[in-house]
Design a protein around this ligand. Structure first.
Ligand code: SAM
Length: 301
C-alpha cells in the first residue's frame, strides 16, 4: 500500500520540500537564519542554527538516496546487513502473532523488509504490517522501487509515508497504536532526540517495544583507533569515488561521533517514559562489534 506521498513523492501538504543545497555542497548559507531562535544543533562537527539542521539532513539524504544501498554495502563492507539481521532477529516480530509495526526514518525499507520476512519465514505470518515513515521522499521512493520486486508489493503489509520522526501527525499516527517501533541509523540525524522518543512513546501501545539500532561508542581503545582511521579516511573517499559526494559521507561519519554514548542514550529513553534493562551491555542495550553499533530497547509502561 502506498500513501499519497509516494505516488507524488515531491509534493505533500505535510512536509515542506525547500531543499537547501545542491547535492553534496554543505557550505551554503543556512535557511531559517532570518528567524533564528538562537538555539543551535550539531550537523556533524559543525554547529548550525537549530532550525537549519532538518533541511541540511534532508539535503544529505536527497544527495545519497539513489546510491544509498550500494554505498551502505561499500562503506560497511556489508556489515550493516548483519547488524540489521541481528536487530530484527532480536525483536522476533510475529512470535506472539501478527504485529502492527512502524519503522521510522525507514529510508529504503531495509528494516521493514526484514521484519516482514522474519515474521513470514519463522511464523508463517502474512498479517504483520510495517508502516515506513521517513522525512525524505527520495529515500522512500527508492524503498517503493525495491518493494516492487517483493511479494509484499501492493499488499496491506507495507506502506510508505513521508513524515518527521519528531512530529508524527497525530491524525495519521495515532496514540497507542503500534506493537513495535523501530528506528535504525536514523535517530542521530534528527534535531531533537527527546522529541523523537516522545513521539515513539505516544504512538506505541502500552507494553509495546521501542527498538533503536544506531552507531555507538566503541569500548576498546585499539578498535577505536582503527575504526576512526577507517571512518575518517576511507568512508569520505568512497563517497567521492562511488557517489561523487564527499561532503555527505563526511557528515555521516561526523554525526556518528556526535551521538551520545550507550548509557547516556539509555537514560534519554528512560526519560521518555520507557522501561529499560540495567545500564550495561546486555541490559538497556546490546553492543554489536564492540560498540561500533548498538541496539537499545525500551518498553512503554
Ligand atoms: C542512514 S538512513 C537509515 C535508513 C534505514 N533506516 C536503514 O537503516 O537503512 C537515515 C534516514 O533517516 C531519515 N531521517 C533523517 N531525519 C529524519 C526525521 N527528522 N524524521 C524522519 N526521518 C528522518 C533520512 O531521510 C534517512 O532516510
Amino acid at each position: 500500500m502506498l500513501s499519497r506521498a509516494l505516488r507524488c513523492p515531491r509534493r505533500t501538504p505535510a512536509v515542506s520540500h525547500s531543499l537547501v543545497f545542491a547535492c553534496g555542497n554543505h557550505n551554503q548559507s543556512f535557511p531559517g537564519n532570518s528567524q533564528s531562535s538562537g538555539r543551535t544543533a550539531s550537523f556533524g562537527f559543525k554547529t548550525v542554527p537549530e532550525e537549519s539542521k532538518e533541511s541540511l539532513v534532508k539535503g544529505v539524504f536527497d544527495s545519497v538516496a539513489s546510491k544509498y544501498d550500494l554505498m551502505n554495502d561499500a562503506t560497511s563492507l556489508g556489515v550493516h546487513r548483519l547488524w540489521k539481521d541481528t536487530f530484527v532477529d532480536s525483536l522476533k516480530p510475529g512470535r506472539k502473532g501478527p504485529m502492527r509495526c512502524i519503522d521510522v526514518a525507514g529510508g529504503t525499507g531495509d528494516i521493514a523488509l526484514r521484519i516482514l520476512d522474519y515474521a513470514r519465514e519463522n511464523y508463517a505470518d502474512r498479517e504483520t504490517t510495517v508502516e515506513v515513515a521517513d522525512i525524505n521522499a527520495q529515500m522512500l521512493a527508492e524503498g517503493v522501487k525495491r518493494f516492487k520486486k517483493t511479494m509484499y508489493h501492493y499488499t496491506p503489509q507495507i506502506s510508505f509515508h513521508e513524515a518527521n520522526a519528531q512530529e508524527l501527525s497525530p491524525s495519521q499516527f495515532k496514540d497507542d497504536t503500534y506493537d513495535l517501533y523501530t528506528i535504525a541509523f536514523g535517530i542521530r540525524n534528527c534535531t531533537s532526540i527527546p522529541a523523537v522518543l516522545r513521539e515513539a512513546y505516544r504512538v506505541l501501545k502500552p507494553g509495546a517495544t521501542f527498538a533503536c539500532l544506531e552507531f555507538s561508542k566503541v569500548n576498546n581503545p585499539l578498535l577505536n583507533v582503527l575504526y576512526d582511521q577507517y571512518s575518517f579516511s576511507v568512508i569520505p573517499l568512497l563517497g567521492t569515488i562511488l557517489a561523487g559526494d564527499r561532503d555527505s559521507y563526511q557528515y555521516l561519519v561526523e554525526s556518528i561521533r556526535k551521538f551520545p554514548g550507550q548509557p547516556e542514550f539509555a537514560q534519554m529513553i528512560r526519560d521518555a517514559g520507557f522501561a529499560t534493562g540495567g545500564d550495561h551491555d546486555g541490559g538497556a542495550w546490546m553492543d554489536l562489534w564492540g560498540g561500533i553499533a548498538s541496539i537499545h530497547t525500551g518498553v512503554k509502561v
